[in-house]
Design a protein around this ligand. Structure first.
Ligand SMILES: [Zn+2]
Length: 303
């Protein structure tokens, strides 16, 4: 399946107007933009308004039923808790929504199987059905493979929209089955800005001084991420995300100054990205992942 070359908004609008809807889409981009675009596209697919007008039209019965507003129910990725594995978008029976459970660290295969079971049941109403996987970055490999099989052989008139921050989080086999819609990057986020939370600014300040740190200090730093994974996974994810931006800034600055050798920083950048992906996809140990990331950065900035 191709990556869309034209403007993503135009592409999605044209797909809705032509009613040629594929079984799988991956919408990628930063922050909440892919989730918002996926929800909009899903509502557009089930919209009953005129084909030529904008979709979702906002006025038809389907749009009214899928208009978000109330606090959605929390999901859970753990079967034993008997919490919902997926939910509907508002009370729209043809719109399904899967996301990270409220206390979970991944979107689980149990959630995908529960979705599959629901989609195998006949719809109480006619029309297209759409399932949004809102935190597709957080699908583990089992869940990705289950989803792949579902997209390969979808129930009739059913589409899947995956919203991701980094398309590289997805297995190549899953990516290749979907139409890829990359959203344009928003203006560069300034991690040194006054609006950033204290936690982010503190990471930036510590990275600025990483050159002076030896291995014992780095180990102590990583040790801060020891403890309950539910709590630390978000913190390590933040550390690695800020580190990527910090390295990016450094690389761009070096290139701007005419330095040609940024290989060490590039290697560190890739290592940190990989750490982040494995933290999410493979459930790696938080403290050890932080350690790996910090060591990679420290060794890149030795000179
Ligand atoms: Zn509508």
């Amino acid at each position: 399946m191709p990556t869309v070359a034209e403007n993503p908004t135009t592409f999605l609008a044209k797909s809705l107007a032509s009613e040629r809807i594929h079984s799988g889409y991956v919408i990628s981009g930063l922050g909440d933009a892919p989730r918002t675009a996926a929800l909009d596209f899903a509502r557009g697919i089930v919209c009953g308004g005129p084909t030529q007008g904008p979709r979702p039209c906002g006025a038809c019965d389907s749009c009214r039923r899928s208009a978000t507003g109330a606090q959605p129910i929390a999901l859970d990725g753990r079967e034993k808790n008997k919490a919902p594995a997926y939910r509907h978008v508002c009370d729209h029976s043809n719109l399904f929504w899967v996301e990270l459970g409220s206390t979970g660290t991944r979107v689980t295969v149990w959630q995908i199987r529960a979705l599959q079971k629901a989609l195998r049941r006949p719809s109480p109403t006619s029309g297209h059905r759409v399932a949004v996987i809102a935190d597709a970055d957080w699908l583990n490999e089992y869940a990705q493979n289950a989803l792949l099989r579902l997209i390969e052989e979808p129930p009739p008139a059913t589409s899947f929209i995956l919203a991701v921050n980094a398309i590289s989080s997805l297995l190549p086999t899953l990516r290749s089955r979907c139409i890829r819609v990359p959203l344009p990057a928003p203006p560069h986020r300034n991690f040194r800005g006054p609006d950033e939370p204290d936690s982010v600014r503190s990471i930036v300040a510590r990275l600025d001084g990483i050159q002076a740190l030896g291995m014992p200090e780095l180990l102590v730093w990583a040790e801060e991420y020891r403890g309950k994974r539910d709590v630390t996974v978000g913190q390590v994810n933040e550390l690695l995300t800020v580190s990527c931006e910090w390295l990016r800034e450094r690389i761009l600055h070096a290139v701007g100054q005419g330095h040609s050798s940024v290989q060490d920083e590039l290697d560190a950048y890739r290592t940190v990205l990989r750490c982040r992906r494995e933290l999410i996809r493979r459930n790696t140990n938080c403290q050890m992942t932080a350690e790996r990331g910090l060591f990679a950065i420290r060794s890149a900035v030795h000179s």
